[in-house]
Design a protein around this ligand. Structure first.
Ligand SMILES: Cc1ncc(COP(=O)(O)O)c(C=O)c1O
Length: 377
């Protein structure tokens, strides 16, 4: 099997799988005052302290939750609820659905939403951002690294504009975290998700600016500084921190490996299939992601052909795959529906081997030849 869908999810590190049983034995409720509860509390606070150092944030600014969908919803809806005097949000058109859909929900309720312009490489227009911010703007939301194309935004420049205009800056850093150098101090609110970096699904982290109000989505026992009530998921909190530690320890090795795989893949693919189009080719993209348009091919057919050959990739974003609608991200870039439906995202992971690249290119060539020959496209 060749798994090239690491932006959808990643396999859990084997060392983490091995430790789940041991961590599962730390079962006391962290809110209990007896020693079993306090043992759990200590583990969670140790994890939070470690993260506060990674993010150069206060421990009270680190919130554990179930993942980035929850984090994104919490921030968007929580800020809007907390600051009713502002009624405007500015957002990029290439956000993940877990950002776009809560914002669309607010728009239906009468909230003003302004979409930023992006260029043909997927970079947001900073002048447009400057012009769009008004006295009524509550926050600007721009995804750090796009999950479909890998394009990386100039987060520092966006932050400077937001600060100059006194608005909050929120970024979904799910795909950029650990793969890119991020100046965490330059994002007021951000979200990330464990299963994108070899921790289990269902665990995420959110960073808030504690000097700002945020109304919780969930009310209850007041856990996580009353921002996210619910008994803490100790096993997965320990797992996500372990995955981050592993990534940080091996970061250079991992990143260089991902870069090498991606570079080789693009070189080999261009040789084998010269008429491909690489999305965001001329700008900085994540080391593990490349999105390719195969002209006149239905991506869905190619994905299924690769699947038969034990190669797993995604057409469009995994969260919306299964549907035939073109990717909202590629449409926002200015690609046609047809081009968008001809795109495949290849996302590498630390377990991929050089030989996976050669096998995938070979299979793509064979698949495309077949699709042309038998007119399946
Ligand atoms: C950029 C981005 N944001 C948010 C999410 C949602 O994360 P989760 O699966 O933790 O809810 C994903 C996952 O597909 C993603 O790629």
């Amino acid at each position: 099997m060749i798994y090239l869908d690491n932006n959808a999810t990643t396999p859990i590190f084997p060392e983490i799988l091995n430790k789940l049983k041991e961590w599962g034995e730390i079962f006391g409720n962290p809110s209990s005052i007896h020693s079993l509860g306090q043992k759990s509390r200590k583990e969670i606070e140790k994890a939070r302290l470690f993260l506060s150092e990674v993010f150069q944030a206060d421990t009270e600014e680190i919130i554990f939750n179930s993942g980035a969908t929850e984090g994104n919803n919490t921030i968007i809806r929580g800020l809007v609820e907390a600051y009713p005097d502002k009624n405007e949000i500015i957002v990029s058109p290439i956000e993940h659905k877990s950002v776009l859909n809560p914002i669309k929900f607010l728009a239906k309720k009468g909230y003003k939403v302004k979409f930023l312009r992006i260029d043909k490489n997927g970079l947001i227009d900073l002048d447009d951002l400057k012009k769009k911010i008004s006295k009524k703007t509550l926050f600007v939301s721009v995804i750090h690294t796009n999950n479909e194309t890998g394009v990386i935004q100039d987060i520092n420049a966006i932050y400077e504009i937001c600060k100059e205009k006194e608005v909050l800056f929120f970024s979904d850093i799910v795909q950029g975290f650990l793969k890119e150098d991020i100046d965490f101090k330059k994002i007021d609110f951000f979200t990330l998700s464990g299963h994108k970096f070899n921790a289990p699904k269902g665990i995420g982290i959110m960073k808030r600016d504690k000097s700002k109000k945020l109304t919780p989505l969930l009310f209850g026992g007041g856990q996580e500084f009353s921002i996210r009530s619910g008994t803490e998921n100790i096993i997965f909190i320990l797992a996500i921190v372990e995955a981050i530690k592993t990534w940080l320890e091996k970061r250079d090795l991992f990143i260089n490996h991902l870069k090498e795989l991606k570079k080789l893949f693009i070189e080999e693919l261009k040789k084998a299939i010269p008429n491909i189009h690489i999305v965001s080719e001329n700008v900085k993209t994540a080391p593990h992601t490349v999105n390719i348009i195969f002209p006149n091919i239905r991506a869905q057919d190619l994905v299924l052909f690769l699947n038969k050959n034990g190669i797993y990739v995604s057409s469009g974003s995994a969260c919306s795959s299964g549907s035939l609608s073109p990717s909202h991200v590629l449409l926002a870039y200015g690609y046609s529906e047809k081009e968008s439906l001809s795109s495949i995202r290849f996302s590498f992971g630390v377990n991929n081997k050089i030989k996976d690249v050669y096998k995938t290119v070979e299979a793509l060539k064979e698949g495309i030849d077949k699709l042309y020959k038998f007119g399946l496209n």
